[in-house]
Every structure is written in structure tokens, then in C-alpha cells.
Write a protein that binds this ligand. Structure first.
Ligand code: ZN
Length: 448
């Protein structure tokens, strides 16, 4: 049974300690096994598959469940009818099954309306989707907001279909129901929030986005033990409409978000990619880029664009929240994206746990970053008299510690944060933070 986490903030351990104690092998196994467990479920933006996914995540972390009924207006959108599917197939002229949903849930266009008909190959063709350039892969297609039906199949199979009469069946329903999502809130010392948001609506696709559902679940499982200055909110929402629904119900609460990120595509071995918040220079942008630069991993930062995942909603002009997006290889930039080849072989325990490790590194900065005021700003304080200068026995690099002390004292004018100082001094954040704590203990700094 998962540990209950709704209690008020406990003292907890620093995030650094959580990361140091992480059993990477065991956590990597947990991450991959969770993705593998969720992989076969046919998810969509509504319906039983989405609910089952949230139920299964909820076995590991105590999720709050929310829903809105079909027909509810959420800003300029309307919650669509709920889609559920029981089965679907195409039978060929000789009675053979050409395509069967039971073999792969990507075989049916998500949100296909129910159909039961006989038709010629020519009439069927417009309803078939395949990838000529990737003849063995099944594409992923959706039609959420326009009523239609269709099948997706390997091009090599689509190209070989004989002429004749076909029988098609999609045993699905589009009825008034619910749009579901799940949240987890871990209270901190302040009501100011750190947001993690992931889309939970894709069917059997591993990197996009079971990887991030797993990584977010793992992070949400670890953070209850952490000392938390911020309140943490995890959102598991159907893409686009789920984020819009959440924002429509939480417009006031959203203003408490100080740092946020959309998580996606975190299981492939590609380099980390940070897509900056709309404004591009929020503390979260600087924290992520600093952590990535210091991590020794390959990475890239890109400017915000109004295309992609739910950063589009958090970064819409009415909200303009400090929310960026962390992926490894971004959407659309790996060949397997939105095809049946985005399967469990594309993701691995090492990449998943490495993504988790990266998030913890970022949170170390987010949690530890603050501004101080030097209490002795007129010339340097006499550090030697206080036993602070050159008297730091046992430290591996007292030179760096002394340098950190001088930088922290010089830039602690209430305007520069510890991250600003670490960036400017090109020193490890942890060293700068520990140095500030030491100087605070000697009353040379006070919180600004
Ligand atoms: Zn996608």
C-alpha cells in the first residue's frame, strides 16, 4: 500500500539525500515495469482505458480523482462525449481478418464512431491509414473533435489488399460520460507550487507518454520523504482538453505555480531537451538549464513555441505561467514517434531512471535557491576572525569554498539568488547553497 502523503509537510530529508540514496537499479526496474504494465491498455482522452490507467498509477501514489461531464464548457472548448471501444476488425473478401483491434490498439483511429458495414476496397481505402515510408509500422491517428472512423495498419499489408467486398466492424460507443484526470498534491512550507504535468491519453505508445507517467509516478513516490519548501502538484491529464479542463477549474490556483514543467518522452536514450517557458527567463528555465549544463549529459534548450504538448495551455497568454517542458528526444523528432514502433523496446530502465535523477537535480536547485542580504555589506567582513577563511579543514577543495564565500557575500544584495551566484561564479550550486547556510549561521547573511 502506498504511503499516504496528504499530511502537512514533515521535516523530511533534503532532495540531495533522496538522490544519493536512490537505488538506481531497483527504481529503473520499477519505472520500466510500470510502463510495461500500462502499455497494453487502450487509452484515449476519455473512457475506461484512461480510468484504468489512473487506477493503476493510483496504486503507487494516492491520487485525487476529478472529472467533468461531457458537454461542459471549458474556456472555448466543450468536453466531448466519452469514447469506449470493445473490439474492431476488417474482414477481407475471403473471410480472412485483415486487421484486428485485438492484435494492437493502434489499429483503430482513436474516437472512431461505431460502424458495421460491407463495402468495396475503393470505399474502404479512405478509411485506411498507413505509412508508405515505414511499411511495417502502424501509425497512431485520432479524430477527437470530428466524427469519423478509420483503421491504421502496416503499409505492406494495406498495399496488398485484394479487390472485393470487405466487412468492417468498430464496436465502439460515443456517449455522454466523463473526462477524467488525476492529481496529487504534496503540501510544502509555502502554498507556492511546483507543477508537473503529463498527458495520459495515448494508447500503446511507450516513450510518448508512458515514460513520463512512470517517471512522474516515481518522483511523486519519492517526494513525500523530502523536505519541501514548495507545494508539489502532479497532474495526469488527457492531452489538451485535460489541461484546459484543469486550468478552467483551477484558474486561481494556477497563479500559485512558481515553477512548472510538462513531462513527455523521457524514456529514450536521446539527449535532454528543455523547451523554455513562454517568457523564457523564469527561475525554472534558469534552474533547468543550470542543472542540465552541470549534469555532464548531452542537452539542449529551445525557445517556447505554441506547438507541442500542454505547455501550449499553461503558456497561453491569459495564464503565461512559468512552465516549460522537459523531454529527451522531443515529439516528432524520432522516427518511431506516433507509430507502433514507439514500443517498450524504445525505452529502457537506464534512460528512465536517468530522467528521474535529472528531475531531482533540478529540484535541488528549485528548493535550495533563495536570496540573501549581506549583513556586513561595507567592505568584506573579516572571515579569518570568525574562523571562516582558510580554516575549512577536511574540505576536498577549500579554495573553491573560500571563493564561494566571497562570491556569496559580494552578490547577496537581496537582488541576486544563489542560482544567479552559482551561474556567475561558475561554481556548483550545492557548494554555493551550503556556503550561504554557513554564512547565515555566522549571521553574515540573512534571508532577503
Ligand atoms: Zn503524442
Amino acid at each position: 500500500m502506498a504511503e499516504r502523503t496528504s499530511q502537512p509537510c514533515a521535516p523530511g530529508v533534503p532532495i540531495e539525500a533522496l538522490r544519493a540514496e536512490l537505488d538506481r537499479e531497483a527504481e529503473g526496474r520499477f519505472l520500466f515495469e510500470l510502463a510495461a504494465e500500462l502499455y497494453p491498455i487502450c487509452r484515449s482522452i476519455t473512457g475506461a482505458g484512461l480510468r484504468e490507467t489512473l487506477d493503476r498509477i493510483g496504486r503507487h501514489v494516492p491520487l485525487e480523482r476529478h472529472s467533468l461531464p461531457s458537454g461542459t464548457r471549458v474556456f472555448d472548448w466543450t468536453i466531448p462525449p466519452e469514447w469506449n471501444i470493445r473490439g474492431a476488425w476488417i474482414r477481407g473478401p475471403h473471410g480472412e481478418r485483415v486487421v484486428d483491434f485485438a492484435d494492437h490498439n493502434l489499429h483503430v483511429v482513436s474516437y472512431s464512431e461505431p460502424v458495421r458495414a460491407r463495402m468495396s476496397l475503393d470505399s474502404l481505402r479512405p478509411h485506411l491509414h498507413s505509412l508508405p515510408e515505414r511499411p511495417r509500422w502502424i501509425p497512431y491517428r485520432t479524430s477527437y473533435y470530428q466524427r469519423s472512423w478509420g483503421f491504421c495498419l502496416e503499409h505492406e499489408r494495406a498495399a496488398r489488399l485484394p479487390d472485393g467486398e470487405y466487412e468492417v466492424c468498430i464496436d465502439a460507443s460515443l456517449e455522454d460520460g466523463l473526462l477524467d484526470w488525476a492529481e496529487l498534491v504534496l503540501p510544502g512550507e509555502t502554498p507556492e507550487e511546483v507543477l508537473f504535468s503529463c498527458h495520459a491519453c495515448h494508447p500503446s505508445l511507450a516513450n510518448d507518454n508512458l515514460s513520463s507517467l512512470a517517471v512522474a509516478t516515481s518522483l511523486a513516490r519519492l517526494l513525500p520523504r523530502a523536505r519541501r519548501r514548495f507545494t508539489y502538484r502532479f497532474l495526469f491529464v488527457p492531452g489538451t482538453i485535460g489541461a484546459i479542463a484543469w486550468l478552467s477549474q483551477n484558474a486561481e490556483r494556477a497563479l500559485r505555480i512558481r515553477h512548472g514543467m510538462v513531462l513527455a518522452c523521457l524514456g529514450d536514450p536521446g539527449p535532454f531537451t528543455w523547451k523554455r517557458s513562454r517568457r523564457g527567463d523564469h527561475a525554472i528555465d534558469r534552474a533547468v538549464e543550470f542543472a542540465l549544463a552541470r549534469s555532464g549529459r548531452k542537452w539542449e534548450a529551445r525557445p517556447f513555441t505554441p506547438y507541442g504538448y500542454d505547455e501550449r495551455q499553461y503558456g497561453s497568454p491569459g495564464f503565461d505561467l512559468p512552465v516549460g517542458r522537459l523531454t529527451r528526444t522531443p515529439n516528432g523528432e524520432y522516427p518511431e514517434y506516433h507509430t507502433s514502433a514507439d514500443d517498450l523496446s524504445l525505452i529502457g530502465p537506464e534512460a528512465l531512471v536517468d530522467s528521474l535523477d535529472m528531475l531531482l537535480r533540478i529540484l535541488e536547485i528549485v528548493e535550495g535557491d533563495r536570496r540573501y542580504q549581506n549583513t556586513q555589506p561595507f567592505c568584506e567582513p573579516q572571515l579569518g576572525r570568525r574562523g571562516l577563511y582558510g580554516a575549512l579543514g577536511g574540505l576536498p577543495d577549500p579554495g573553491a569554498r573560500s571563493l564561494a564565500m566571497l562570491w556569496v557575500l559580494n552578490l547577496s544584495d537581496g537582488a541576486h539568488s544563489l542560482l544567479d551566484i552559482a551561474t556567475r561564479a561558475e561554481l556548483p550550486f550545492e557548494l554555493v547553497r551550503e556556503t550561504a547556510e554557513l554564512l547565515e549561521a555566522h549571521e553574515l547573511l540573512r534571508p532577503a
